[in-house]
Write a protein that binds this ligand. Structure first.
Ligand code: SF4
Length: 242
């Protein structure tokens, strides 16, 4: 997703739609914090996740915020981690890969094995993302993500609240029905900090070696694992959405 500088933020229809969606997203966050506590928000530092960070901070909701520090994130994402914590005066919990699992994987397959096959790419995502996520969710009754149904074919059936059978807890997707313009309208209206890579045609941002800028007209997820078919483009954190 790239910032749309042509958005008319004074458009009354946009403002009305936005205020309805903000109210619905806030209600889902409140539901997670009050009825499915303890809850945690998996923050990937993408545009949607910065929007949710803004809502959680402004509403002072009891939701832990964490990120998966895979060891391969772009420097711009680390910059945003620092900016975000200062801007909102909040703590971002970081979960890194287990050193023994990482050493075994890299030792056997090599540092950049993800380019060789979908299986080796998923194995890397498992060590660097899925296993740390499982630790982050341990003891939680629910978790929150910034996923939207429109982002990818793998996410088209996404709901605001659904049971996550893989991890055994409730999952909240407060932005499931938001579109790209609405996300950027929120970010612009409320001056939410965001990853500077979005200004360089990176609509979706993950690990540095697996993310590239997209060309005009390309899908928002086209820059993620661009050498794979669209139906494979999940890292294992959200596989059951398809
Ligand atoms: S996105 Fe790439 S580098 Fe990051 S964990 Fe997955 S395969 Fe590994």
């Amino acid at each position: 997703m790239s910032p749309d500088t042509n958005l008319d933020l004074n458009d009354p229809r946009l403002q009305e739609m936005l205020s309805k969606k903000i109210a619905a997203a806030t209600a889902l966050l409140q539901q997670a914090a009050s009825h499915f506590a303890p809850t945690a928000f998996a923050n990937s530092l993408g545009a949607e996740d910065m929007l949710l960070t803004d809502l959680i901070a402004k509403e002072a909701l009891e939701i832990e915020i964490f990120s998966l520090d895979t060891g391969r994130l772009p420097s711009e994402t680390h910059d945003l981690m620092r900016t975000m914590q200062k801007h909102y005066n909040i703590k971002l919990h970081l979960y890194a890969p287990r050193p023994d699992l990482l050493e075994a994987y890299v030792g056997k397959e090599g540092e950049d094995a993800f380019y060789k096959s979908v299986e080796l790419r998923k194995a890397c995502c498992h060590v660097r993302k899925v296993e740390p996520l499982q630790r982050a969710l341990k003891g939680k009754k629910s978790w929150v993500t910034g996923m939207r149904a429109q982002q990818a074919v793998t996410r088209c059936g996404l709901q605001g609240q659904q049971f996550d059978a893989t991890n055994g807890l409730e999952k909240f997707n407060p932005l499931h029905d938001w579109n790209e313009d609405e996300v950027w309208a929120y970010i612009r209206m409320r001056e939410v900090p965001y990853n500077e890579l979005h200004d360089k045609n990176f609509p979706s941002i993950g690990c540095a070696p697996c993310t590239r800028a997209v060309k005009a007209g390309e899908d928002t997820r086209a820059g993620r694992w661009w050498w794979e078919e669209p139906q494979h483009k999940e890292c294992g954190l959200h596989d059951k959405n398809a």
